[in-house]
Design a protein around this ligand. Structure first.
Ligand code: PMP
Length: 424
């Protein structure tokens, strides 16, 4: 009989997987089988981080058991093998986002570091007093605070694309927001607290028609939608491995080569140099110019099986399954008294934020935890959006992944009803 490890490998190898069985797929995720508070775990906090399949876990183990050595410098076999695995993973990442060259794919700690890199290196090069940067009102703090700091440092203005009551960006406002002093527009592809899928291609077209480069925060888009930097024509794009069934502490920054070439290094030290003299240093070529120090090798290597897992499952299958869960959850929650869903755009991924009237999100979250359900409560790192736009002190957020089931959703809705009855 095949064990779960073999099944994971088989799944990865078989790129022709056509039929989808969620129960078989769940078997690839060892964490999902456990009990929490004496109840079967129902993990619905996938927008915070996704669980990992065996293939990713085994990749981490095998790196330390078989290949561990530093990359790019060693001439011995182990070092070459580690370097090969590291660069193979970069190639996989390149394909995953459809970049034209590996030089444009930089390993970072994740979306947060990718945004900080661009804000610091590109931002400090092009933004000066009197200039402006545009973000939206629905940004995660990671794509907000670095621009606040940059604008404060440079005496520049941070402008915001407004959000309407359904959670859609009012992109017509860009006609007025963009000026000849706009140096960059940075916007999220998918909102982590509302689920809205933003029309990034349209936004990029509008910005480019006025000569403004665009950065896309794809942290929440990457697990649900095919990322295609060539098709969208974005100038920068950031994503985190841990939201795409990969490890924490590793992510990607994509940047167009001509922009990355003109940008100064973000951090400096080993790896990012070609030659060093007492009088100064010559920087390494792309992408290494932006990868100072020993990288997070094992986690970078384990990104490859994570991307393969997503690709082999297929975005059509992912969308179909996750949308059916979102639809079911939305319908069931509508029947619960006092529930208000926050984020009702027609274009959504499987993120469901809601409030229960007369209750605090934390209280409902704690009750759901007692029932074995993991959901997120609070501002979800979008405090200005929830507080200043919607006037809320947080929401309860359930976010569904490819391994969640309709039974879990039904149980969740039932538990929300019970929690509401206890708290009301
Ligand atoms: N942007 C969005 C839209 C996110 O959802 C997140 C993570 N919640 C981030 C940025 C930051 O990602 P990380 O913490 O992995 O750097």
């Amino acid at each position: 009989m095949m064990n779960k490890d073999d099944k994971a490998v088989e799944f990865i190898r078989d790129s022709t997987v056509k039929s989808f069985n969620v129960h078989e797929l769940r078997d690839l995720f060892p964490i999902l089988g456990q009990h929490v508070n004496d109840k079967p775990l129902v993990y619905l906090d996938n927008a915070a981080t996704t669980q990992k399949p065996f293939s990713v876990i085994r990749s981490l183990e095998s790196f330390y058991e078989r290949f561990n050595s530093n990359v790019h410098r060693a001439l011995y076999t182990l070092g070459e093998e580690a370097t090969q695995a590291f660069e193979d993973s970069r190639e996989k990442a390149r394909q995953f986002i459809n970049a034209s060259s590996r030089s444009e794919v930089i390993f970072t700690r994740g979306t947060t570091e990718s945004v900080n890199l661009v804000a610091s290196s590109f931002g400090e090069t092009v933004v000066n007093a009197g200039d402006n940067v545009i973000v939206s009102q629905m940004e995660h703090h990671s794509n907000l605070v670095p621009w606040q700091i940059l604008c404060e440092k440079r005496n520049a203005e941070l402008r915001f694309i407004p959000v309407d009551s359904n959670g859609n960006l009012k992109i017509d406002s860009l006609d007025d927001l963009i000026s000849e002093r706009t140096r960059l527009l940075s916007v999220t592809y998918v909102s982590n607290s509302l689920g809205t899928i933003n029309p990034v291609k349209k936004i990029i077209e509008k910005a480019h028609s006025r000569g403004v480069p665009v950065m896309i925060d794809a942290a929440q888009a990457a697990p649900h939608l095919k990322i295609d930097v060539a098709d969208t024509d974005c100038d920068f794009l950031a994503l985190s491995g841990h939201k795409v069934y990969g490890p924490t502490g590793i992510g990607i920054l994509y940047g167009k080569e001509n922009l990355l070439e003109m940008m100064p290094p973000y951090q400096s030290g080993g790896e990012m140099i070609k030659e060093v003299k007492f009088s100064g240093a010559l920087y390494n070529e792309l992408p290494y110019k932006f990868e100072a120090g020993t990288p997070n090798i094992a986690d970078a290597v384990a990104l490859k099986p994570a991307f393969e897992f997503v690709e082999n499952t297929g975005f059509d299958m992912i969308s179909e399954h996750e949308n059916s869960l979102l639809l079911l959850a939305t319908e069931l929650l509508k029947d619960v008294e006092g529930i208000r869903i926050i984020g009702t755009s027609k274009e959504k991924v499987s993120v469901l934020s809601f409030v229960i009237s007369g209750t605090h999100p934390y209280d409902a979250g704690a009750l759901l935890d007692q029932m074995g359900i993991a959901v997120r409560t609070g501002f979800h790192c979008t405090q200005p959006l929830l507080q200043e736009v919607y006037g809320l002190n947080g929401t309860i957020r359930a976010s569904f992944a490819i391994y969640n089931t309709a039974d879990e959703v039904t149980y969740f809705a039932d538990c929300v009803r019970r929690a509401r009855n206890m708290l009301a």
